[in-house]
Design a binder for this molecule. Structure first.
Ligand code: PLP
Length: 432
């Protein structure tokens, strides 16, 4: 954490050397700081609670997926909350996870890796588990194992199987071996004397428990075809976080995490994996609730709001249009005269089209924010549950790079209810 990222205030924790301003709520932070730049509100208590909740619900090893949010402040809190394994994919992620949690296990679950990164992982970071979906990747790994004179028995190679799912973000098209190919890879790995695992990743924000059950069934098919011992089954990530529901377009409620995990565990037992050690790689479900961002309305033009954030900063995770971010209006108390009816109560809730900070014409959210009609230039909007894939996907496009952090003690949804629903951008396809 570099000092320049924080305004001055007392230290947030005993171990953090740098002061982070602390507030009870996002509203309090907005009213006190009156920020013109986006301000990230980090909620370490919420993060620790959500991490513990996952670890308690999942009967296996929990390896946090660092790509979801690899900020040092996040990894520190996770390590202190008892996360003892991290799913990492690059040298920068090896270093970040090792720095936050020197004793933690690193699982290198990227199926397609640079030869030099494999060497760094095995030699310097002493990583002993990785994933693959092709025989050429086996050859790359074996070359390094031989060069370093490692015992193949110390290594576990997880064969990633292709899976079909209904995630908001479908990832199985990019990686994964078909069942017959996966079985051949397992036999090849077993033949070299390396331990065999199976893994899949069904996508992100998976709200249908059957998606995991189908993937576990494919894993059982692959195990049967290969006929070699399987030392671990890694069920990947994808566990859903809580977002807003659009009240104007009712959708079935999201199944709670317990229900998704019990569905998964039913499939694990039915398919004969009850005795196999399990691994999960959750990202979104652990970190989503732990950040909000306070943005400012730079200009109101009728039903349009121009804000100081957008798809190239904190709101790019929303490109599928499937996630509804909750929002809260924070009126500027310095502004006493407001247009519209019922100014005291904020007025009717109306849809506002949201334009981002950059000059890029695609930097506009496809769906409106529902906010009181009295919202105006100079007001703030707190956008909740943006901890996953927001900070990690910020760009410096057009010179805008939000990087101011405060700590907030209460959850986003505590206190007065968020007023509207941010229904974010479908990248490339703007509606309305
Ligand atoms: C991105 C990723 C994860 C985390 O996914 P979430 O949907 O955030 O839980 C886990 N495993 C792999 C292999 C990934 O690529």
């Amino acid at each position: 954490m570099s000092q320049s990222r924080f305004a001055s205030a007392p230290p947030p924790t005993a171990t953090a050397a740098v002061a982070t301003p602390r507030f009870a709520s996002g509203r309090e932070a907005a009213l006190e700081l009156r920020p013109d730049q986006p301000v990230y509100c980090f909620r370490p208590h919420v993060l620790a609670a959500d991490a513990r909740a996952f670890v308690e619900a999942f009967p296996g090893k929990t390896a946090y997926a660092v790509k979801t949010n690899g900020e040092p402040m996040v990894l520190d809190v996770l390590a202190r909350a008892g996360i003892a394994a991290f799913d990492v994919a690059s040298p920068a992620e090896f270093a970040a996870a090792r720095a936050a949690a020197p004793g933690a296990e690193l699982l290198y679950m990227h199926p397609v890796k640079a030869q030099s990164d494999i060497r760094l992982a095995l030699e310097h970071y002493r990583i002993r588990a990785t994933a693959l979906d092709h025989e050429d990747e086996v050859a790359k790994i074996v070359r390094i194992v031989r060069a370093l004179d490692l015992d193949p028995e110390d290594l576990t190679l997880f064969v990633r199987i292709a899976s079909k799912g209904d995630a908001a973000y479908e990832l199985s098209k990019k990686f994964g071996a078909a069942p017959g190919h996966a079985a051949e890879l397992l036999q090849r790995i077993h033949g070299i004397g390396i331990k065999c695992g199976l893994c899949f990743h069904v996508g992100s924000q998976v709200e249908d428990p059957d998606t995991y059950a189908r993937a576990v069934a494919v894993a059982a098919e692959v195990r049967a075809a290969a006929g070699v011992p399987i030392v671990a089954l890694d069920v990947g990530g994808g566990f859903p976080a809580t977002y807003a529901r659009n009240p104007r377009r009712p959708a079935p409620p999201m199944p709670p995490l317990d229900q998704i995990i019990s569905g998964l565990m039913g499939a694990v037992e039915r398919n004969g994996f009850a005795g196999t050690p399990l691994v999960a790689e959750p990202g979104r479900v652990i970190v989503a609730r732990s950040f909000s961002v306070i943005v400012r309305v730079l200009l109101k033009k009728g039903q349009r709001l121009y804000i100081n954030d957008g798809i190239w900063s904190s709101l790019s995770d929303s490109w599928t249009g499937k996630i509804l971010l909750p929002v809260r209006h924070i009126p500027d108390p310095a502004r006493r005269h407001r247009p519209g009816r019922g100014a005291q109560a904020g007025g009717r809730i109306e849809p506002f089209r949201i334009y981002g900070a950059t000059c890029d014409s695609v930097d506009v959210l496809s769906r409106p924010f529902y906010l009181p009609e009295s919202v105006d230039t100079g007001d703030w909007i707190e956008i909740g549950h943006i901890g996953a894939y927001s900070l990690s996907l910020r760009t410096r496009f057009n010179g805008f790079y939000p990087d101011t952090f405060v700590e907030v003690e209460t959850p986003f949804e505590a206190g007065d209810a968020p007023e509207g629903f941010a229904e974010p951008e479908r990248r490339g396809g703007v509606e309305e």
